[in-house]
Design a binder for this molecule. Sequence first.
Ligand SMILES: [Zn+2]
Length: 217
Amino acid sequence: MGFLDLIFPPRCGGCGAYGATWCAGCAAQVLWLPPGTVAGIPLITVGRLDGPLQRAIHRYKYRPRPELATALAECLAGVVRTVDVRIAVLTFVPLHASRERERGFNQAERLARRLGQTLGLPVIAGLSRVRATPAQVGLGEAGRRVNVVGAFCWSAAQPPPEGLALVDDVCTTGATLAAGADAVARAGGSITAFLALARAQTLPALAVTLPGQSTCP
Ligand SMILES: [Zn+2]
C-alpha cells in the first residue's frame, strides 16, 4: 500500500467499501451474459447493466471517478481473453468536445487506453463526432437510433486497420455502437468486435441477435 493509499484509501466503485476500487464481493455479483451481436458484430461485455457493475459505471462517469477505469478495464480484459475474436487495435466512441470539457475526460477513451495497456494492444483515436447529439439517457430505442445516425466519421489519417474493436462504456440499445461501425464502414473498414463494460438486459431484436435466438419473434 502506498503513501497516498493511506491518506486516500481506495473505495470500491460498486459498494463503497474501503480497500479496493472493485471488491471481490461486487465482482461475484456481476450477472454474466454470453456474447451477443449488434448489427451482426460480436458484442463482448463484462455483464448485465445491473447491481454493483451499474453503480460502478455510474460513479466512474458521473461522480466522476476516472481512476475506476483501471479496475473496470481489468474486468473487461478478463472476458476479452476468453473469446475467440482476433482483436489487433482498439478505438473508442468519441465524446463531443463540449461534453468532454464538462466531464474532464472521455470515459470510453480512458477505458480503451487502460484496456490497451492490459491487453498489450495499440489504441487509435479514429472516430470523431460530426455533430453534438443530445444525451441518450431518457430516449427510447427509436429516438436513440435517430439521435446517433450519421453522428460519427472516421477522421484518422490512416484507414481503419484490420482487427479493429470499438470500445464504449455501456451498450444500451446498440445504436451508438452501430453508428460507429457504420462510420468505419464508410471509410472502407470494418469493426471486428464491440467491447463494453455492460449491456442492458434487453436490446432491440432488429439490431441484436443473442445466441440461440432468432431475429424473428
Ligand atoms: Zn464492492
